[in-house]
Write a protein that binds this ligand. Structure first.
Ligand SMILES: N[C@@H](CCC(=O)N[C@@H](CS)C(=O)NCC(=O)O)C(=O)O
Length: 230
């Protein structure tokens, strides 16, 4: 009897571990725009992921907890697990999703078009977002005594610089005002819409960027974007 229940217990444990190992998990935070990109991709590709919230709110700082750092040593979100394969950094996660869950494609097939879309994504992912990250803002406050006004100025400076160029690229390349490129969603839209959300949070004036605003408005009519929104 005792042996039988031990076997049952082991079986139960094995089932549980199998489930965890096969699960797709996304560690994220609702306001994290890097996580928002990944949430949109998961929705578009119809991938069900278990979301685990890491509370980035100053004072909570769950990203720096020992427990979370044991999962993601970088202490940032998003962090993605496909079974026992674990991955940080939204660009890497998005590329992984694109290769392993190719439908619908988020990159055009043509290599020049693909490079153009990646360029747009990189304006935000490499040049805007990293400068406005939570840890950067915290550093400005604690190390340079930056007050709220200075932080806002810093924040809008990098968004404005990025959006100015982004808008010109969109216009010069004849964006249809619904998507950054062509007539469907690409990675560029996944980077743009969350960044516009950040801009709105910090009251950045978006009036000089009508195409960006129009793309945001259109993308937010799509269920995959709406459900991923903070
Ligand atoms: N390059 C990374 C950036 C990730 C990142 O910095 N995420 C922010 C939230 S959007 C974060 O976790 N910040 C925590 C912190 O700065 O302490 C990516 O694209 O995944």
């Amino acid at each position: 009897m005792a042996n039988l229940s031990l076997v049952a217990l082991i079986k139960k444990w094995q089932n549980y571990m199998d489930k965890i190992l096969k699960d797709i998990v996304l560690y994220d935070y609702f306001r994290s725009s890097a996580s928002y990109r990944v949430r949109i991709a998961l929705n578009l590709k119809g991938i069900e992921a278990k979301q685990i919230a890491i509370n980035l709110k100053p004072g909570e700082d769950a990203q720096h907890s020992e427990q979370y750092k044991a999962i993601n040593p970088q202490g940032r979100v998003p962090y993605f697990c496909d079974g026992d394969f674990h991955l940080g950094q939204s660009p890497a996660i998005l590329e992984y999703l694109e290769e392993n869950y190719p439908e619908p494609a988020l990159l055009p097939a043509n290599s020049q078009a693909k490079a153009y879309v990646r360029q747009l994504a990189a304006i935000i992912g490499c040049d805007v977002h990293p400068l406005n990250n939570l840890s950067v803002l915290k550093y400005l406050k604690t190390e340079f005594n930056a007050d709220e006004a200075a932080i806002s100025k810093w924040y809008s400076t990098w968004i404005t610089g990025g959006f100015e160029a982004f808008e010109v690229f969109l216009v010069n390349n004849h964006s249809n005002g619904q998507f950054c490129f062509g007539d469907g969603v690409t990675l560029a839209d996944l980077y743009l819409v969350p960044q516009v959300y950040n801009a709105r949070r910090f009251n950045v004036d978006l009036s000089p960027y009508p195409t960006i605003q129009s793309i945001e408005a259109h993308c937010l009519t799509l269920e995959a974007f709406r459900q991923a929104a903070p």
